[in-house]
Design a protein around this ligand. Structure first.
Ligand code: SF4
Length: 290
């Protein structure tokens, strides 16, 4: 279960977007549930009891990393698009009416919807996945590395599309990404994750203007996005440790350029620097504010 002192479970208010930065490897991944789900009374270690599960199923949709894998290869893109509505019992005529604005907003065309996933490009498939996720008008949209499987030109187009969609559709977006352009374009709140633990949370503007955790600074310095980082590149030593056997004390101490003796055996607690900006680092507690 989550340890509240160093793991984060939070969602913003409706209409806000959260970007989660992580190293982009399996061990760095984490997942967030709406507040309270981690401790449903009488449901020890099994927070998703039936009622909550049904509520989540109705109000949540997801866009996956690899659009081709996410689509049924034996259905045309149009059939895949209609699937979530059909599963909810929406009649064919109504489905077309509900999907028409989404098809337009995501830049899909009628002839494309006749094709199978293997006959479309990665960007076209991802557009279908985005439109399909929006078709049930979710309250929470989870985007799991939505750009990773795409080439750079398509990434720019899909980033633009997601930024337009976020303005038009009222919902909370939970974005798992290492793409700073996507964070800059879409997020309002950002959580930085390392080995599944949140090390820093802040509003996007606070995080980008004053990154405090050494890992956040290293991440930003590695970004190719212009204007994200103006200082020298921060190169981390060593490899990412196993999430099964994480380092003692601060989980980042084996790679941290600012590590000290206290970091090896004491877990840093979250420190609130300003309203909404929290960091887990001994530099802001034992060693005084740097
Ligand atoms: S607690 Fe120590 S090791 Fe961890 S990030 Fe801060 S300075 Fe680095």
């Amino acid at each position: 279960m989550f340890k509240p002192e160093n793991r984060g479970v939070f969602l913003p208010d409706r209409g806000k977007r959260v970007g989660k930065e992580h190293p982009g490897h399996g061990p760095g991944r984490t997942f967030a549930f709406p507040p309270g789900l981690a401790d449903v009374p009488g449901e020890k270690n099994c927070p998703l009891h039936d009622g909550v599960h049904k509520m989540l199923m109705k109000s949540t949709q997801m866009v996956f990393q690899d659009p081709v894998q996410a689509l049924n290869p034996f259905l045309t893109l149009g059939q895949s698009l209609e699937e979530p509505l059909a599963a909810r019992g929406v009649r064919a005529g109504q489905r077309q009416a509900l999907l028409a604005p989404l098809i337009r907003d995501t830049g899909l065309s009628a002839d494309l919807l006749e094709r199978f996933p293997a006959q479309a490009s990665g960007g076209q498939n991802q557009r279908v996945c985005i439109a399909r996720a929006l078709s049930t008008r979710p309250e929470l949209l989870i985007l799991d590395e939505p750009l990773t499987a795409l080439d750079s030109l398509v990434k720019i187009r899909i980033t633009r599309l997601l930024c337009q969609i976020k303005e038009k559709y009222p919902m909370t977006c939970f974005i798992i990404t290492h793409d700073m352009e996507l964070v800059r374009g879409m997020a309002t709140q950002v959580g930085v994750i390392y080995l599944g633990q949140i090390l820093e949370t802040a509003s996007k503007s606070s995080l980008l203007s004053k990154p405090c955790h050494p890992y956040t600074r290293a991440l930003l310095s590695a970004s190719f996005t212009p204007g994200i980082w103006k200082g020298k590149r921060v190169v981390l030593k060593g490899d990412i440790p196993s999430v099964q056997t994480p380092p003692s004390g601060c989980i980042f101490h084996t790679r941290c350029p600012d590590s000290a003796a206290v970091c090896e055996n004491q877990v840093p607690l979250p420190v609130r620097l300003t309203v909404g900006h929290t960091v887990c680092c001994h530099m802001y507690t034992h060693r005084g504010n740097p």
